[in-house]
Design a protein around this ligand. Structure first.
Ligand code: COA
Length: 163
């Protein structure tokens, strides 16, 4: 597995993954077309030594194919905290890739002096809860009716791992 720096050229691919039914089911994606995603990609970094950013994103490449994206977002360098997010294309899911990618990016974050990494998961998103548990995150709290999803408002579970 390799991590390549996020670049605006990833926008169309990322946009296509966000259309997957399995992704929409559990994630409150803002409606963003590939042009808006490209703008978002321009405003993030992949260099954790540069503390000027709030979002650090990479794309996951396996056997020369780009299969997912992973990010540390809402980074607060004063508090040394961030949120982890990950997205593996539906076609590549079920091979342990989210777990492997997330573990590696958490290690990078902790090596860059983050003290606490959080993750939020919609209640019922069993695959993502399993990923978080495999990474030894601990349950922290529930945010009631926090995500607006196609099936209505759902509770969100907050997990966290300390350095
Ligand atoms: C959720 C997602 C990240 C999983 O990626 P992945 O690469 O398939 O994850 P992994 O293979 O590393 O691990 C998935 C685990 O969940 C388990 N799992 C999958 N579907 C499950 C289900 N319906 N119920 C219970 N467990 C399930 C798998 O068996 C595996 O656990 P195991 O290793 O103990 O067998 C991926 O489907 C995805 O990106 N979805 C869209 C975006 C998203 O929801 N991101 C997370 C936001 S919180």
């Amino acid at each position: 597995m390799e991590f390549v720096p996020a670049h605006e050229s990833h926008a169309r691919l990322w946009h296509s993954w966000r259309q997957d039914r399995s992704a929409i089911e559990f994630n409150p994606f803002e409606v963003q077309d590939h042009v808006q995603l490209a703008s978002r990609l321009r405003s993030c970094s992949s260099d954790l030594s540069n503390r000027a950013y709030k979002e650090y994103r990479w794309f996951v490449v396996v056997k020369e194919k780009t299969v997912g994206t992973i990010a540390l977002s809402r980074v607060d360098w004063l508090k040394s905290e961030a949120y982890l997010s990950y997205h593996i294309a539906a076609a590549a899911s079920g091979q342990g890739l989210a777990t492997e990618a997330a573990a590696a990016i958490c290690e990078r974050g902790f090596a860059s002096d983050l003290q606490r990494i959080r993750a939020t998961v919609a209640c019922g998103h069993l695959a993502s809860i399993r990923v978080i548990e495999k990474l030894n995150f601990s349950y922290a709290e529930t945010l009631t009716r926090h995500f607006e999803l196609p099936q209505g408002k759902v509770d969100v579970l907050v997990y966290e791992r300390m350095r």
